[in-house]
Ligand binder design. Structure first.
Ligand SMILES: Nc1ncnc2c1ncn2[C@@H]1O[C@H](COP(=O)(O)OP(=O)(O)O)[C@@H](O)[C@H]1O
Ligand SMILES: [Mg+2]
Length: 352
């Protein structure tokens, strides 16, 4: 990882006009993404992970959506104020996307060769011949056997894991500075998940791009992220290096997320430790801390009425809570929940 910041986001806010009033779904997030860095954005479904990245290039409907704040790409371009036409040169070209379900990202009636070469011809101005050559290279890079023959195949002729590799190849095709992988392995089985995360890590090393890895599954980020943003109800509630976050989580929500991870040899634990309750509706956010209604550490006065600021508690470690989980308690949660997902063969043999 270098010190060069490729994407700098400040005070990003996204809301939607709805029948029940404005839904505030992203409530002011900040981060710097460096060349070669993997930033993980983690949180439950609905916490604003996808919208916070889709909004950068206006991949959300505006209106009813509204986006404020700034996002500087490569130190120069400010994305939020850009026109649609300017953004069309950023999307896919400078920021690549890989989404969860390869069947919806791929068009079933076109060959993957056509889908791979389209962006390169449009954005990079390559001839059909050159785009095809580059498509073969890309498919090879993402581990698709006999790439030359596969170019003329349709999406349904690939397995789920292979389709996701094709989608990654498309995401990489214009050599983006930033690749956003949004639940990119969620639909895949555990073994294929591991292959895809390894693949992205390898490609990142080789190509030097920065990756934003979005997932609801804290377990997935353990081996791949440099930094982690934990989101809850549209806010970052904890931000730290992956190392610090796993060694010493501090926000009660992060502790709860860790506690809901499956533990090797202790399958029961998964359900027992899950956080009770649901996140607040974005049209009816609590007046105080967003996590207050579900927090087991809350104090009923301050937490209910005041919104805690994001505060630096150690070098590079930020927490949005009035209550800091004591070190021993956090250590116990971290130790009890080693981030180990049972290997599939152990599961088959009934070892776990
Ligand atoms: N087009 C839209 N109109 C209204 N609300 C939306 C729209 N898109 C997303 N939302 C809301 O924004 C919130 C955050 O969504 P999202 O970013 O997709 O969550 P995550 O990716 O963390 O699961 C959710 O409450 C969702 O219902
Ligand atoms: Mg999402």
């Amino acid at each position: 990882m270098s010190d060069e910041v490729v994407l700098s986001v400040r005070d990003l806010e996204v809301s939607f006009g709805t029948k029940r009033g404005r839904a505030e779904v992203v409530r002011g997030i900040d981060y710097d993404l460096r060349r070669g860095e993997t930033l993980a954005i983690v949180g439950e479904s609905g916490s604003g992970k996808s919208v916070s990245t889709l909004a950068l290039t206006k991949l959300i409907p505006i209106p009813p959506g509204r986006v404020t704040g700034t996002a500087h790409l490569g130190g120069e371009l400010e994305l939020i104020a850009m026109t649609e036409q300017e953004l069309s040169r950023v999307r896919g070209q400078r920021i690549g996307f890989v989404f969860q379900d390869p069947m919806t990202s791929l068009n079933p009636v076109h060959t993957i060769g056509r889908q791979l070469t389209e962006g390169m011809r449009h954005h990079l101005g390559l001839s059909e011949r050159d785009a095809r050559d580059r498509a073969v290279d890309l498919l090879e890079k993402v581990g698709i056997p006999s790439p030359e023959q596969r170019l003329d195949d349709f999406p349904h002729q690939f397995s789920g894991g292979m389709r996701q590799r094709v989608v990654i190849a498309i995401g990489l095709s214009c050599d983006p500075e930033v690749l956003v992988a949004d639940e990119a392995t969620t639909a895949l089985d555990v073994t294929t998940q591991a292959q895809i995360t390894d693949l992205v890590a390898e490609l990142q090393e080789e190509l030097g791009m920065a990756v934003i890895w979005i997932t609801h599954d804290l377990g997935v980020v353990a081996g791949i992220a440099d930094r982690v943003l934990v989101m809850y109800a549209g806010e970052v509630v904890e931000a730290a290096s992956a190392e610090a976050l796993f060694a010493r989580p501090r926000h009660p929500y992060t502790i709860g997320l860790q506690a809901s991870l499956p533990v090797l040899g202790d399958v029961e634990r998964h359900d027992l430790a899950a956080i009770p309750g649901l996140p607040p509706a974005p049209t009816a956010l609590p007046q105080g801390c967003g996590f207050y209604p579900r927090c087991s550490y809350r104090d009923d006065e301050r937490c209910a009425t005041e919104r805690p600021p994001l505060t630096q508690v150690a070098e590079g470690h930020w927490v949005r809570s009035f209550y800091e989980v004591p070190a021993e308690e956090a250590a116990r949660a971290a130790a009890a929940n080693r981030i180990v997902i049972e290997p599939p063969d152990a599961r088959d043999e009934g070892v776990a």
